[in-house]
Design a protein around this ligand. Structure first.
Ligand code: NAD
Length: 264
């Protein structure tokens, strides 16, 4: 039995990056709380697996292939959403990859690709969802940022950090513009959450896992499922007065002074 304030019955969620990782976990959590979902990813096979799991909760799921770096594809995606569901109550802007490169060497093309993936794509999604939510007078958007939205990571993250910083400001600007018309916009800022890319980087640098853990007072890396509770909370009426928030999901990383604290 889902408590009424968290109940998403009758709501429609669109989640990008839903074939795996945090996007998949978010889509499943919303469906478990009652939402139908449009499951969006470049990886259609993975998206279909997520949709099959959503259907096991008795919810409707529609799979859509879309490259979130391409506004033309995003507009087509929303036309399809209109035809399939005729409404949108929640947007989870999760997909979008970064590119690594040290500031003195990274090509401007890579900086631009990173910006298209993470900034233009997220904004175009917000614009399409926002127009529909404003017309309905209600809706909730969650942008996935990063601790790199508000702190520096080094290690070649300059393009990613610049883009994620823009995601933080996008969230604040949109929440300021739309809060009075019923549309909330928040961001979740994860620290290191285990995914294929992170596993690969930790495998190629044996010290990296311990370095990460040294900055996480909770003593473990994040798992995709860590995003489930926040997703349902931010999609539901339980968070009606919460907008423009940048919420760390980081096991205490941001609160800790890296130079002055030592994890025991
Ligand atoms: N994992 C972390 O440590 C971490 C930390 C902070 C922020 N983030 C951000 O969170 C988001 C999700 O991360 P994750 O760990 O769940 O990733 P993941 O690699 O597990 O999954 C990403 C999913 O997005 C899809 N995707 C990638 N580019 C796409 C595109 N252009 N269009 C459509 N789909 C696309 C992939 O196919 C994949 O299914 C990313 O934006 C990432 O930058 C991740």
């Amino acid at each position: 039995m889902i408590p009424a304030m968290f109940n998403l019955n009758g709501r429609v969620a669109l989640v990008t990056g839903a074939a795996q990782g945090m996007g998949r976990a978010m889509a499943l959590a919303l469906a478990e709380a009652g939402a139908d979902a449009m499951v969006v990813d470049l990886n259609e096979t993975g998206a279909r697996e997520t949709a099959a799991s959503i259907q096991k909760f008795g919810r409707r799921a529609v799979v859509a292939r879309c490259d979130v770096a391409d506004p033309v594809q995003i507009r087509e995606l929303f036309s399809r959403l209109d035809a399939e569901f005729g409404r949108i109550d929640f947007l989870g802007n999760v997909a979008g990859e970064g590119l690594l490169g040290v500031p003195e060497d990274i090509s401007l093309e890579d900086v631009e690709r990173c910006w298209r993936n993470l900034v233009l794509g997220r904004f175009c999604m917000c614009q399409e969802a926002g127009r529909r939510m404003l017309a309905a007078g209600r809706g909730s958007i969650v942008n996935i940022g990063s601790l790199a939205s508000i702190t520096a990571l080094g290690r070649g993250h300059v393009a990613y950090s610049m883009a994620m910083g823009a995601v933080a400001q996008m969230t604040r600007e949109l929440s300021t513009e739309w809060a009075g018309r019923g549309v909330r916009v928040n961001a979740i800022l994860p620290a290191q959450v285990v995914n294929n890319g992170l596993e690969h980087r930790m495998a190629s640098d044996p010290c990296l896992r311990d370095k990460f853990l040294g900055g996480i007072p909770a003593g473990r890396l994040g798992q995709p499922d860590d995003i489930k509770g926040l997703s349902v909370f931010l999609a539901s009426d339980a968070s009606n007065w919460i907008t423009g928030a940048l919420i760390p999901m980081d096991g205490g990383n941001l609160a800790m002074n890296a130079g002055g604290s030592v994890r025991r």
